[in-house]
Write a protein that binds this ligand. Structure first.
Ligand SMILES: Cc1ncc(COP(=O)(O)O)c(C=O)c1O
Length: 406
């Protein structure tokens, strides 16, 4: 037996910048430690939450002995796909009624983005995708791995801690016609800054006039405002004009199904004929990647979306999660104001969704971790969903110290 591995010269890969925060947090033995790095919802008690409606759906599934564990079709569970398209596009969407939408079940939001990217690389004549700067750290990697060429457009203005709308318009105006543009449907990660509806309308007109292809990433529908419809407005505006677009959906956050890896990719097209052909080609993309998707998460989602009462109960639980996050913003903002911490902290309540982009620099972040055991990504992003009322004072103490001492 050879004692030297054929991989002996392999180098140690760096930890994922987001998941690495949790690795460091887990090693910390302080009772005061606080993990604001990960984008997963926590209760007021700091615990992960399985929605009551999800538990009920699972009980129904487990007790239904007619259900089998056979392979799903390559495109996934048909009921799940239909309901997912309705959820993002609206139940009365003409695109759905006219069979102009090709929807496939994928492995959560990430898998939906990847399948969409692989499809575009194979079948679209433009291979450049513009992503916002900054964006979720996995975006550039997903698109590069699929063979697309990644460029950025300006999005965030550190001076205002808001949208750089001028820069965004300039960069999209200068993009090669036909390029793909990645848009966060709502609750932009990491900045928490979304365009207003009026700004979305400008973006839509600009993109349509240049023939830019929208690729929406919808990872937080219902999580931003508490309303599933309000959080899908951006996508629906683009679909209402009759043009084409892609949308990747994730049920990780809004149904708390993180580890079930359940999501969908919908491609809205101009005719039923093209939609049929696109779906046939999506199958060829998926088959050699993972053959067909898993059954359990899709069955949970389809059960909830297709039952009037369960759907209603889901919206109530979803709103409660969104409201808790909004209340955390208010409590943190009030605490910063009460301390008189230098600077304007109103962005904490203006930003939307799971994250606040605090504006703290990497040195201040490192200080908060070493001195206060507060963990977050080095760009100063904190998950409001990881905060609870009992930890607000500790966090505001840490932020105050970082701003005044570092
Ligand atoms: C902007 C954005 N897109 C997509 C995802 C994908 O998540 P998942 O693959 O768990 O659905 C996330 C998760 O953090 C995200 O923040």
């Amino acid at each position: 037996m050879a004692s030297v591995s054929v991989f002996a010269n392999i180098s140690q890969a760096p930890e994922d910048p987001i998941l690495g925060v949790t690795v460091a947090y887990n090693k910390d033995s302080s009772p005061h430690k606080l993990n604001l790095g990960v984008g997963a919802y926590r209760t007021e008690e700091g615990k992960p939450l399985v929605l009551d409606v999800v538990r009920r759906a699972e009980k129904l599934l487990v007790s239904d002995i007619s259900l089998k564990k056979e392979y799903l079709p390559i495109t996934g569970l048909a009921d799940f796909n239909k309901s997912s398209a309705k959820l993002i596009l609206g139940s009365d969407s003409p695109a759905i009624q006219e069979n102009r939408v090709a929807t496939v079940q994928c492995l959560s939001g990430t898998g939906s983005l990847r399948v969409g990217a692989e499809f575009l690389k194979k079948h679209y004549n433009q291979h450049t995708i513009y992503i916002p700067s900054p964006t979720w750290g996995n975006h550039p990697k997903i698109f590069m791995m699929a063979g697309l060429s990644v460029k950025t457009y300006r999005y965030y203005d550190p001076a205002t801690r808001g949208l750089d709308f001028e820069g965004l318009q300039q960069d999209l105006s200068a993009a090669t016609s036909g390029s793909i543009v990645l848009l966060h449907a709502c609750a932009h990660n990491p900045t928490g800054v979304d365009p207003t509806l009026d700004q979305w309308e400008h973006i839509r007109k600009l993109m349509r006039s240049k023939g830019l292809l929208p690729f929406f990433d919808s990872a937080y529908q219902g999580f931003a405002s508490g309303s599933l419809d309000a959080d899908a407005q951006s996508v629906r505006m683009f679909v209402a004009d009759g043009g084409e677009c892609l949308a990747a959906q994730s049920y990780a956050k809004n149904m708390g199904l993180y580890g079930e890896r359940i999501g969908a990719l919908s491609i809205v097209l101009t005719s039923a004929d093209v939609a049929r052909k696109v779906e046939s080609q999506l199958k060829l993309v998926i088959r050699p990647m993972y053959s067909s998707p898993p059954i359990h998460g899709a069955s949970i989602v389809a059960t909830i979306l297709n039952d009037r009462e369960m759907y209603h109960d889901w919206t109530v639980e979803l709103k409660a999660m969104a409201d808790r996050i909004i209340s955390m913003r208010k409590q943190l903002y009030d605490a910063m104001c009460a301390k008189g911490t230098p600077g304007d902290w109103s962005h904490i309540i203006k930003q939307i969704g799971m994250f606040t982009f605090t504006g703290l620099n990497p040195e201040q972040v490192a200080f908060m971790t070493s001195e206060y055991h507060v963990y977050m990504t080095s760009d100063g992003r904190i998950s409001m969903a990881g905060l609870s009322s009992s930890k607000v004072t500790h966090l505001s103490d840490a932020m105050h110290a970082a701003v005044t001492r570092v």
